[in-house]
Write a protein of this length. Structure first.
Length: 80
């Protein structure tokens, strides 16, 4: 995996009563990615977590599992 940011974005919404977050990876800034993904979302996306990785064997799928297991309420993932 190349160097970049692993992030969790919060669109401030629920689907069927479940909290929705976006877990992903970008080589650009997380702020740029949040702006791109926040288009069309009334309150935009806020950055809940970000961490720079120089090299990582842990992909976004593993982070999605980590986030799901670490939160006190169920999460609905929006894909990679």
């Amino acid at each position: 995996m190349t160097a970049g940011w692993i992030y969790v974005l919060d669109p401030h919404m629920t689907v069927n009563g479940r909290t929705v977050v976006k877990v992903g990876f970008t080589t650009r800034t997380v702020e740029q990615r949040a702006r791109e993904l926040g288009t069309g979302i009334p309150r935009g996306m806020s950055i809940a977590y970000k961490r720079f990785r120089r090299k990582s064997g842990v992909g976004t799928r593993q982070w999605q599992v980590f986030v799901t297991r670490s939160c006190s309420e169920p999460l609905e993932m929006l894909g990679e």
